[in-house]
Design a protein around this ligand. Sequence first.
Ligand code: ZN
Length: 488
Amino acid sequence: MRKNEGNRRSSWIDIKATVIILSLVAGGLFFSLILTMDNNKKSFVNKSSKVLASTITNSTNSNYPGIKIVSEISNDESTHFALQYPQSEHNSFNEKTKSYIEKIKATYLEEMTEYNKFGGELAGELNVSFETIVHHSGNYSFVFTNTSFIGGANGSTEVVSFHLNPKTGKEITVEDLFDHDFKKLARVSTLVREKLVNEESIKDFLLAEEMNVHTKPIWTNFSNFALTNDSVIFYFDKYQIAAGTAGVPIVTLPIESIGNLIASDYKPKEAVADNSNKNDNNPNTSNKTSNNKNEDESIEDKASDKTKQVALTFDDGPDPEVTTAILATLKKYDAKATFFMLGSRVEYYPEIAKNVEKAGHELGNHTWNHPDLTKASAKKVNSEIANTSSIIKDVTGKNATVFRPPYGAANDLVRGQTDLPSILWDVDTLDWKHRNANELLRIVKSRTQDGSIVLMHDIHQSTADGLDSVLAYLKNEGFTFVTVSELD
Ligand code: ZN
């Protein structure tokens, strides 16, 4: 500290002046501080509302408030993938799920590159889907199933859970669920083991030693779980505790048996509506003959001047922004089209699916999770198709009347699982790949003929952006826009 001897002689006026100056300075500082804070606050608000704007928009129409479903689908011939995951208004959750997806995708693409390098010729597949389970506490469990096939090898399956309360941003862990109490965990471990050795579908395939290791009372052994209103479900990796035949071992502990172990926030609430009912009845389907187009058909009849038809088809939706924009453009041209929807996305955006129906377009089934059905069991093929037809009917009141296998991959087993005609296409716009409105128009121009079925995807903004020019061109060429089933 600096001492100033001279100040001892200060007069009253000097002191007064000093006080005035000091208070002016302090006042100025105070005001500028307020201004700075205000600016900071403003810029913070601006920044966060920007972040929110980009994430919220898609989730406002969602059946699960605060959550949107993202579908990333590659129709690349040798490396198929369909990745679906939830995103929210909370960055920590978004980054976690996104980085999980990116990691899986990178590994798969590397393995496929390696496989192709050594002359592998079979198409690979990666499919990541998730189930959304809502608990009365506001906590959502997202159970991801990740299946991949490299070459001819048996597929591998992994189940991983993520959790989020979309209101608070809290991500519940298994430790939270059981109060971070080791004794409670030990009890859970015992109950899970009892279930496993008694479970009909698993017990004969159990690997005793592995089961003991992976069900030991260690928190990470139980980190993959879902919290429903009446149970806690634990997931184990395929092959981890049982032979592959048992699939992914799942253990369900009813709340009655563990109610006293669960933390108070997650305890059961009386008479809570069950949110996870997916009914399995297969709606009646019209019996039409297959409408597949043969690409090599002659184009001789171009001369005959009857009205030319084109069936525009949109796959992989519905999407709140893109489908809505596409519906508006179709309306402008009074054009009817066919929408091949994914059950997973209809579940998230029932209102959009309803809008498609209300606008008079044809509803198509494109499976629930977009797997390559030729790699799936008959049971899986059936549930993928039946559940999707069922949700389309529930939501829109109309039956899906046509079916399109993901990647166009179908065989007799696949076709045998549905009465719906399997519809492919002859004009592939590759819109998922180039994401370019001009390129979309160029391909449509160069390939569309009378009777063409044009393949597009209503999850890419560039497709919505390019559609007006596509319709203007086709209309000018004398085409009428029909649904797939209306094609002559
Ligand atoms: Zn598709």
